[in-house]
Design a protein around this ligand. Sequence first.
Ligand SMILES: Cc1ncc(COP(=O)(O)O)c(C=O)c1O
Ligand SMILES: [Zn+2]
Length: 405
Amino acid sequence: MSFSQLSHLECGRCGAHHDSERPQNLCTTCGSPLLARYDLAAVRAAVDPGELAGRSPDLWRYHELLPVRNRRAVTTLGEGMTPLLPMSRYGERIGLPRLLMKDEGLIPTGSFKARGAAVGVSRAAELGIERLAMPTNGNAGAAWALYGARAGLATTIVMPVDAPEITRRECTASGADLHLVDGLISDAGRIVGELVAASDGRVFDSSTLKEPYRIEGKKTMGIEIVEQLGWRMPDVILYPTGGGVGLIGIHKALNELRELGWISGPPPRLVAVQAEGCAPIVRAFERGERESRYWDGAHTVAFGINVPKPLGDFLILEALEETSGTAVTVTDGELLAELRQVAALEGAFVCPEGAAAFAAARKLRASGWIEADEQVVVLNTGAGLKYPGTVQVEAPVLPVDGHLI
Ligand SMILES: Cc1ncc(COP(=O)(O)O)c(C=O)c1O
Ligand SMILES: [Zn+2]
């Protein structure tokens, strides 16, 4: 049995097939993202899901459904198998006693971007790529820079000047070639695109969905959730959506597991959560459109979801439609208040993007879109520790001989 059962790449829009054994970016026919396809019949014949329990507690336990061909090409820092925690007290407060949090704060580099980086970097190195370049809102750049360092790959990272400061330090520590732009991730994307075009094939473009393997790492969140629930699906999954790769990835994973016969029944309703200051997916969803439009003046404290025009917008909207899901916005004020509530009631210091998803769960319960007895999973996509500015400290300073009584 091969380590990976990757068979080919398929365009997510026009369906054209592409060779998976050489570096690929977008579909050469229509310019859309490519998706990895596997020989699922071979996986079904060789693997029983129950056997997975005995494998390593990281995302590589799903190696047949990942694109890395050779076990020796795996670059890992131990990513995956994050906790799926009951949030009973907070859940009771918002009317969802069966609420769960998939906590991606407990993963190398402190955000779920480690999953995409582990798989994307491993596959890039396996295909002989030596230098990667990517635009980022911070966390992905930090993860790719650090995993790149471990794999011996050079990285060029371009991020907005106001991206979380720690991500900049992570890049610098890793020895990455880091650049800051006084603009948005879309401006960083243009700069990377120019560099790649002028590089004569020496720099590979690893932008979100412009390479096909980051999504494969992120889809493992979906596989883990159902494995942790005993190969059952929850009723609803809420995901803070920027580029939307995690949401598209979870949807893809659940389709693969269904085709394998490892799960059955209706899929979880997927919810794309965005900030009121940057909500291209919500606007497109509400208007019944198949693609989003560039969101002018994008701004939110939940920096990872500040993406004015996601490349995979049509795939996000398809995933929402196929799962009877929805798309909602929350304000920065709402998500910052929720962050405090979650920490105070559950002891979990979540990132602002995760807090946005909690705020959305509260809203959707209040509107009746989620029912009280439903099992709901909120993805906390990163550690609150990476964003120290979300909470202002108001603590009196005592003199050295001070007392509290
Ligand atoms: C913490 C965090 N949450 C969510 C997102 C959004 O992820 P995606 O681009 O997959 O929608 C990001 C992206 O930077 C992030 O850093
Ligand atoms: Zn195509």
